[in-house]
Design a protein around this ligand. Structure first.
Ligand code: ADP
Ligand code: MG
Length: 151
């Protein structure tokens, strides 16, 4: 299996619930390393651009409103099979359909306010990581996320 990087977002509902640490701890305990991290309040433009693939969907305006309703935590996670592993830890989009022990099953209120975002493929991971982080803000792959060095 290859070492991959993926974009993770702790969404405004989770930040408001004060569960940033609980969420990060799930990733860490399941083998993913945080290799970049920043807290930010997204602008409407940030959120619209990030979710451009959904702009024709009926829920788009509400999604942008929700994603800009408070600060988020933006992270790059790294590890073996990180893209699929992150999605597995997150659970299904709709918390009612999410498997037991997943973040969305345990913490999400609704299909909209569902606690976390994770890239869904290698191509979206590379676009999404670059949307929020410069290369210089991500620790070097050679360190496995452990040494804190910057590229
Ligand atoms: P995921 O985040 O699991 O990849 P999608 O990419 O399909 O899911 O949707 C992006 C986000 O849009 C979801 O995480 C959720 O916040 C919101 N969303 C998705 N479907 C709906 C829906 N039917 N109604 C309201 N919000 C939705
Ligand atoms: Mg998605």
């Amino acid at each position: 299996m290859a070492v991959e990087r993926t974009l993770s977002i702790i969404k405004p509902d989770a930040v408001a619930k004060n569960i940033i640490g609980k969420i990060v701890s799930r990733f860490e305990s399941q083998g993913l390393h945080v290799v970049a991290m920043r807290m930010q309040k997204l602008s409407a433009r940030d959120a619209e651009g990030f979710y451009a693939e959904h702009k024709e969907r009926s829920f788009f305006a509400d999604l942008v409103k929700y994603m800009t309703s408070g600060p988020v935590v933006l992270m790059v996670l790294e590890g073996e099979n990180a893209i699929a592993k992150n999605r597995e830890i997150m659970g299904a989009t709709d918390p009612k359909k999410a498997a037991e022990g997943t973040l969305r099953r345990d913490f999400a209120e609704s299909i909209e306010a569902n606690v976390v975002h994770g890239s869904d493929s290698p191509s979206s991971a590379s676009v999404e990581v670059a949307y929020f982080f410069r290369q210089s803000e991500i620790v070097k792959k050679c360190c496995g996320g452990q040494c804190g060095c910057k590229s």
